[in-house]
Design a protein around this ligand. Sequence first.
Ligand SMILES: [Zn+2]
Ligand SMILES: [Zn+2]
Length: 143
Amino acid sequence: MPTKLPVKLENDPQKRLWEKHQSIEQKSVNSYKEGLCYNCFKNKAVSATLADICQECFDKRGTETILAMVVEKFYGMCFFCGKYKFPIVQYNFRLCMHCHEGVRKILTAYNKAGGFYGHDPFWKSMKKKQGKTWARQLRQGTL
Ligand SMILES: [Zn+2]
Ligand SMILES: [Zn+2]
């Protein structure tokens, strides 16, 4: 028999939030750490994560499993479609291992390309146009 989940809660707001989520079927996890995956909506072993998502991908998925909205970003890369969009919102939700893997692949490609400045289509075109000195030029304000 699984015992109670070893949840580490540091303060009262965290505790209240956890209890609130556990009281809602779609947001809760059982003692096997199984719950609904935000991305595929299957009941699987899940773990919570933070991810940036565009409006389009957001509209395709239900909001039932979202734990919290973290921050609204003006612009950024969506962790689900890998495209650059306005606006991007970061959410806290649970994903199954399979969907974690999908996000990981997109992030790996992103990091490999050198993060934001290497991967973003705008900065990529900037580099192409300005050559290697683009970063220095940008700092000096001569672009
Ligand atoms: Zn999933
Ligand atoms: Zn997207």
